[in-house]
Design a protein around this ligand. Structure first.
Ligand code: NDP
Length: 289
């Protein structure tokens, strides 16, 4: 058996086009143009590429982009001050602090300064709390992108055994909560998990978010399972995921490639979150008027 591949690039393109349509319909109805402020501290080339990609995607979707760049030696207070200004700027619906920040800056603490209804990265404690409670809120973009891929491929989650490998705040934990919300039976694995192959072998849906090149071989996978590879690892052979693509492809029913799987979904979901944030803020303003 050879798995069907999930074309994340095509789905991301579709989501982006849908968001662009929703933005123009929203504005035609009198809604204010959504705006996304990105904040980049320092000159890490990879981060600069990510931020550039986000800004370009905003333009294409009709979202106004505010591109803030601070020098690598910026002080914590300076970044915090900027975030507070963006919190009260009505043109800004969403704020994204690009992580990781330079070492002398506590990016995690700064994230908490972002107003929860502008937290388009879904990483503030308030957003994490809403997710844990199963309440409405802005969800982290990569996990939301994974869920969108599953949804658009009609992967049955209710009652399914889902195994998430990785428990980071950014990916593993929120994914587990999102899968639980869809009534999957969720197991979260991490570096202390005993007998990972046995646990993974039970799964109808496997999500690998570890950051270790080709760690999951095909022999671990239940035949026909859906395998989502979140990993992005730079190796001598180029970008590879956390699963061993060739052997997993022979066992899985559905599989995301790396690159071209989960990766492109992150920006698409960020655009969706920015529009959702604009709607929330508009509704709240109307309520108080
Ligand atoms: P982290 O390093 O924050 O977390 C990795 C997790 O994997 C930890 O929970 C760790 O366990 C677990 N782990 C490490 N080794 C093992 C092991 N041998 N067996 C089982 N579990 C293990 O990574 P992130 O969650 O931030 O990212 C994971 C991957 O996803 C990376 O490759 C990253 O590049 C990629 N990524 C891709 C994105 C995208 O597509 N847009 C966005 C974000 C990330 P423990 O907690 O015990 O240490």
């Amino acid at each position: 058996m050879s798995a069907r591949l999930i074309d994340g690039a095509a789905i991301a393109k579709q989501v982006r086009a849908e968001v662009a349509e929703q933005v123009s319909a929203w504005m035609a109805d009198g809604g204010p143009r959504p705006g996304l402020a990105t904040v980049l501290v320092g000159d890490d080339p990879a981060s600069a590429v990510y931020v550039g990609g986000k800004q370009k995607a905003c333009q294409e979707a009709g979202i106004e982009g505010f591109d803030h760049r601070l020098p690598a030696d910026a002080e914590q207070e300076q970044v915090e001050q900027l975030l507070l200004e963006l919190n009260s700027d009505e043109r800004v619906s969403g704020i994204l602090l690009q992580l990781p920040t330079p070492r002398h800056i506590d990016g995690s603490a700064l994230t908490t300064s972002i107003r929860p209804d502008k937290d388009v990265d879904g990483l503030t404690p308030a957003s994490a709390g809403l997710l844990a409670k199963g309440a409405a809120g802005l969800r982290p973009c990569t996990p939301a992108g994974v869920m969108e891929l599953l949804r658009r491929h009609d992967v049955e989650l209710s009652g399914a055994e889902a195994v998430v490998i990785g428990r980071s705040e950014l990916v593993g934990r929120p994914l587990a909560a999102l899968l639980l919300q869809q009534d999957a039976t969720v197991t979260v694995c991490h570096s202390r998990t005993r007998d990972l192959p046995e646990v993974v072998g039970r799964a109808d849906v496997v999500i690998a978010a570890v950051g270790r090149p080709r760690m999951v071989p095909g022999s671990w996978i239940k035949p026909g399972a859906t395998v989502i590879d979140v990993g992005i690892n730079r190796t001598e052979d180029g970008l590879v995921g956390d699963v061993e693509f060739d052997s997993v492809k022979e066992r899985a029913g559905l599989l995301t490639p790396v690159p071209g799987g989960v990766g492109p979904m992150t920006i698409a979901m960020l655009l969706g979150n920015t529009l959702a944030a604009a709607r929330m803020q508009h509704a709240a303003t109307a309520q108080h008027a």
